[in-house]
Design a protein around this ligand. Sequence first.
Ligand SMILES: NC(=O)c1ccc[n+]([C@@H]2O[C@H](COP(=O)([O-])OP(=O)(O)OC[C@H]3O[C@@H](n4cnc5c(N)ncnc54)[C@H](OP(=O)(O)O)[C@@H]3O)[C@@H](O)[C@H]2O)c1
Length: 218
Amino acid sequence: MRVVIAGGHGKIALLLERLLAERGDQAVGLIRNPAHVADVQKAGAEAVICDLETASAEDVAMLLSGADAVVFAAGAGAGSGAARKDSVDRGASVLMADAAERAGVRRFVQVSSMGTGQPPRPGTDEVWAAYITAKTAAEDDLRAWDLDWTILRPGRLTDAPPTGRVRLAPPPVPRDTVSRADVAAVIAALLDNPGTRHQTLELVGGDTPVAVAVHSIS
Ligand SMILES: NC(=O)c1ccc[n+]([C@@H]2O[C@H](COP(=O)([O-])OP(=O)(O)OC[C@H]3O[C@@H](n4cnc5c(N)ncnc54)[C@H](OP(=O)(O)O)[C@@H]3O)[C@@H](O)[C@H]2O)c1
């Protein structure tokens, strides 16, 4: 399977690239910074330079030619302002979905976030509100495309080692943390289970082995 990952140098993306390479899949990481090429290659993936805030849908569609799936794992990241929440967390996801449809790549897994889909609480920090607004718009946009999408909303991310066990279910799942390594394992399993298409799933650490958790909602 050839999987194109938007935000290919992100922490989840690098872990996913390793998992895909280990099982013999071909991962392609879209990155904007040439200095990140070596890290992506070290993770076993092909690195392709593509700034998702300036590329056109046609440009990205060409990069998706021959792919079997797209994973959206980009994000403006901590320290960015409201404008980049919109241009990356929303805009880059819209761009990838548009490009996927143009390229005929049906399978699309979007990394969203718990808290998405509800209006930000009054008094919420302006940048957090912009983040939730952007993620909600990205989810709404993805559901409107004729794609085999799955939306994955992890809880607060940690860099803990993988446990291989999670709690994965349609919302609402009680808020908790989840390691990026377990998120990557769930994405890899979702790519293998097209029966999870058209589902919005929340993910935190838990007791169920990843394969069982994904199989049970497929
Ligand atoms: N932090 C949390 O607790 C939490 C909880 C739930 C969900 N999430 C979401 O989970 C996702 C992945 O998390 P993570 O920790 O793996 O994120 P991360 O390490 O911050 O990775 C995000 C990647 O997106 C890339 N990116 C940003 N702008 C780009 C652009 N214009 N073109 C191409 N790539 C671009 C970044 O590249 P550069 O290095 O070049 O900026 C970075 O490599 C994010 O969408 C995040 O919002 C986070």
